[in-house]
Design a binder for this molecule. Sequence first.
Ligand SMILES: Cc1cc2nc3c(=O)[nH]c(=O)nc-3n(C[C@H](O)[C@H](O)[C@H](O)COP(=O)(O)OP(=O)(O)OC[C@H]3O[C@@H](n4cnc5c(N)ncnc54)[C@H](O)[C@@H]3O)c2cc1C
Length: 394
Amino acid sequence: MSHVLIIGCGIIGAAIAYELSLSGLEVTVIDRQPPAQAATGAALGVLMGAISHKIKGNAWQMRARSIKRYETLIPELEAVTMRRIPYNRQGILMLCFQEEDLASWEKLAAVRSTQEWQLEIWNAAQLQLRCPQLNTEKIVAAIYSPQDRQVDPVALTIALVEAAKHNGVQFHFGVTATGYCFDNAEQQIYLQIENAQLSEQIKEVDWLVIAAGTGSTALQLQQKSTTIACDRTRIALSFAGTQQMQSTPAVEIKPVLGQAIHMQVDRPLGDPSFQPVITGNDVHIVPCVGSQPVTNYWIGATVEFPVNEQVVADATQLEIVKQQAIAFCPALAQAKIIHTWSGLRPRPEGQPAPIICNLPGFSNILLATGHYRNGVLLAPATAQKIREMIVRGE
Ligand SMILES: Cc1cc2nc3c(=O)[nH]c(=O)nc-3n(C[C@H](O)[C@H](O)[C@H](O)COP(=O)(O)OP(=O)(O)OC[C@H]3O[C@@H](n4cnc5c(N)ncnc54)[C@H](O)[C@@H]3O)c2cc1C
């Protein structure tokens, strides 16, 4: 039986581990942190499928595949783990302001109906009726996507880990992969890890999946990797492919910072029985559906690019997001701020997100990374793609 080693236990690594556990492969996951930290620990879990402007090709297929898989995945995981995963089935409502091109939404709604997805276009009066909490002064219409969803990314990742464990996957947290080394005498490539006991236990793997988010650049095997001195804390990689190492990483993953706020109100915003994710000007109001009635909301997120290679959370940017949310939902001005947080989204430099392919020259080192703003959305489809690549290569 082939042994697959996954580096990274954010939403991507955890989804792959669970998917592979259904295929009877031997799977081990390592992460330098506990599960669901890094970008996944900061995500809002908004799953923008039908409401995205992607209509064809891989970008649309992955969205459609993921949203469909979520409908079966959530009950499946809840049954195995006996725990509820907060999953909002009330859709996503996108607010359109004066400058919005409504004709393009009408075109998209027509395309979606041929794809068997539904998009409704509401005028301001309909919107006010369904969502009385909104200040519709500057809003001309809204697009309602009833089949899109939102999920709690941390609860989901923990459930994936638990269910994968249940199916025999081994997880090792607090273990860092530090790079590669090349043993000249043995003509063997090794992955170096910071855990002697584990490297002794695993010894050799057939497949390596790099799902390390912003840590993925450093983990791509390249010529300069071979300069790392070999010690005993290493796992042999039994390679297939041409084994041609590149001089630079195949893909550079750069961090893009996002900040968000957890707010609490005395009573649900608007109709307690209709609590979709509301999004306007790229600001999301996300009801926390884990407890009912809903009185907790996540607001976010900022999109902050590094300045001189430095990523520092800018308080002004978060304030702008908060004020935008208050502008279309005035009751939030009275809300209590429970906490604020930030995370680093993994964005591929110079290539579209995400990166799901083999590392050039190595057919059994797979990259599943660079999901940027949509890692939670695309996790199920990513996991299915990785499984297909492994099954094809067996
Ligand atoms: C504020 C914010 C809001 C977001 N909202 C959404 C949203 O609404 N919807 C959506 O779909 N996406 C959203 N995202 C994006 C989403 O969070 C990411 O795309 C996704 O979490 C990426 O998952 P990942 O598993 O690839 O990376 P991560 O979650 O970053 O996990 C990578 C893991 O790899 C480990 N690792 C790295 N290097 C090593 C190493 N050398 N050795 C061992 N372990 C290593 C890390 O410890 C980490 O646990 C948001 C992101 C942010 C920051």
